[in-house]
Design a protein around this ligand. Structure first.
Ligand code: NAD
Length: 510
């Protein structure tokens, strides 16, 4: 949505005004100063009862390095790391110049780092370190299931990066193994641990947007300039030299090129839906009360990299198999769907590679207001003007909490944020945490508390069963695009006890 800087500022002020107007959190009563981070306050955990959890990190590439940078030393004691690629083992300690990947040496100091052991494979890490209690896994999608199951089998709790697995049958195997071994299985959809999303969702569940019938979600990037495609990574000289006799097949890859560029191939990745779309569909399902979707259809194509003279712009040979533009439409049940099957909410999702004007986020169009989340950093809120008072991008709002039937948005009489909104903004702090630190803190807290309960009872907020729901949406989107058909979701796919899965469903495959 094209908003002026002034309109964006008003939208952000409106969001904070609404959080202040609706929020029941303790920090508004003046306790925020006593809480070191907001994560515990929002997600129901505190300092660890006991020593930090002994942890191993498996996969220290782009995302593993972010997680190492964000890991919470008061909750985690890193015993060892493992990565097949020498360059990424080095990067884990040295960082790479990016502020999100500063490296362990800068974060923990040389003395602590000297105690952290380094291995090439997850198997060596598991064999050498029986004392490790939990692992954080950030490896390519095709090996999520195998490595998670190996770690659970070795008696470790697991935090595995999203997308949970390459297919739904694998997701079910992971959940069952965690149950058999009585270990926790968390999956890294970090929006479950984002204070920004938690507040945004409070506003949605509080009814401030009215009836939501449409959500538009997207992740748009422009990789069309030369050498801009971060998924088509160069293979480094150090890795080529060191790994020339390495048996890649044993570890799930045909070659070093496939290990490095795993997102581009069907065997190793799940395309734009798995890598990007799963984040937005996760957010949409949170906003829609974590209900399972009813149906999906879509179009996907290699509309840039597959077109002669376009995708070869960077002059590199491009062997990609995945689509570079995807557009899907999902139908979700609305709040009254059980009583009336017309109550449908439509979510559209697009991910493209040739324009970044609208980068990423979700726009919720409600009968009383519009909410826009942007880049996991901002939320903007606008009121509809149909009640005769001003609405739309220029209007400042307040929350009228006393309305019969629940709180509502009303147009503000003043042209500045209220004192409560200013103090909310202060309590929320400057830089917004994306949730990585909080997801690791909470896993460690649940380990020490022995909490295997549901999220409603303080357990993991994104456990295997929830994450499988996200995987089902992303992977069924891929099937709908491949088969060029509308697919109805089956409840049994979402049940870990059932063997049913979209990729083996005769109706889907027909
Ligand atoms: N939550 C998020 O926002 C987010 C963002 C980016 C990536 N991710 C996820 O993180 C995962 C990793 O992505 P990435 O960008 O870091 O990929 P990457 O290619 O940069 O890193 C993956 C690393 O795993 C290593 N590896 C593979 N098999 C191994 C094994 N058996 N033992 C030890 N190491 C092994 C590889 O050598 C590689 O260095 C993916 O699942 C991706 O979807 C999540």
């Amino acid at each position: 949505m094209n908003l002026s800087p002034e309109e964006k500022k008003i939208g952000q002020d409106n969001y904070k005004e609404a959080v202040a107007g609706l929020n029941r959190r303790a920090f508004l009563k003046g306790t925020a100063a006593a809480v070191p981070g907001l994560g515990g306050l929002y997600f129901g955990y505190s300092a660890l009862n006991g020593s930090p959890v002994k942890v191993g990190f498996i996969g220290t590439g782009d995302e593993g390095s972010v997680l190492l940078t964000q890991h919470p030393p008061k909750y985690m004691d890193i015993v060892a790391i493992a990565d097949l690629r020498p360059s990424n083992r080095k990067r884990a300690f040295d960082g790479d110049g990016n502020e999100n990947r500063v490296g362990l040496r800068k974060k923990l100091g040389a003395e602590t780092c000297a105690k952290i052991k380094t291995y090439a494979t997850h198997k060596e890490l598991l064999e050498k370190h029986p004392e490790i209690e939990a692992v954080v896994i950030a490896v390519p999608l095709n090996v999520h299931a195998q490595i998670t199951i190996d770690c659970l089998e070795a008696g470790k709790h697991v935090l595995c990066e999203k997308l949970m697995a390459h297919n739904v049958t694998e997701c079910k195997a992971m959940i069952r193994k965690a149950e058999e071994k009585k270990k926790l299985l968390a999956v890294g959809h970090q929006r479950h641990y984002s204070v920004l999303y938690e507040n945004a969702n409070d506003l949605v569940q509080g009814g401030l947007l009215g009836d939501i019938k449409f959500i538009r979600a997207n992740w748009h990037r422009n990789n069309s300039f030369p050498n801009k495609d971060s998924w088509n990574k160069p293979v480094g000289k150090e890795d080529i030299a060191t790994l020339k006799d390495f048996d890649f097949k044993q570890w799930g890859f045909d070659s070093l090129e496939q290990l490095v560029k795993w997102r581009l191939f069907n065997k190793t990745g799940g395309g734009l839906m798995a890598e990007l779309g799963s984040h937005q569909l996760d957010a949409c399902s949170i906003f829609l009360g974590k209900k399972h979707p009813l149906a999906i259809q879509g179009y996907g194509g290699k509309n840039f990299y597959g077109v002669k003279g376009l995708g070869s712009i960077d002059k590199q040979e491009d062997h990609r198999e995945i689509d570079d533009h995807v557009y899907v439409t999902l139908e979700f049940p609305g709040k009254h769907y059980e009583e009336d099957k017309n109550d449908i909410v439509v979510v559209t999702y697009s991910s493209i590679n040739t324009n970044a004007m609208e980068p990423y986020g979700e726009t919720l169009f409600g009968s009383r207001g519009t909410m826009i989340t942007e880049l996991e950093q901002n939320v903007m809120l606008f009121k509809e003007g149909g009640d005769g008072t001003p609405g739309g991008p220029g209007a400042r709002i307040e929350v009228d909490p006393a309305k019969k039937g629940g709180p509502v948005l009303k147009t503000s009489d003043t042209n500045a944020p209220s004192t409560a909104a200013v103090s909310t903004a202060g309590a929320l702090g400057g830089k917004v945490s994306r949730g990585y630190t909080e997801e690791m803190e909470h896993l460690c807290f649940c380990i020490r508390e022995n909490n295997f309960e549901s999220r409603e009872k303080g357990g993991l907020r994104c456990n295997g069963t929830h994450a499988m729901g996200d995987a089902i949406m992303a992977l069924t989107a891929n099937l709908a695009m491949k088969k060029k058909k509308r697919i109805d979701f089956k409840e049994s796919w979402f049940d870990p006890k059932s063997d049913d899965a979209p990729e083996t469903d005769p109706q889907v495959l027909a």
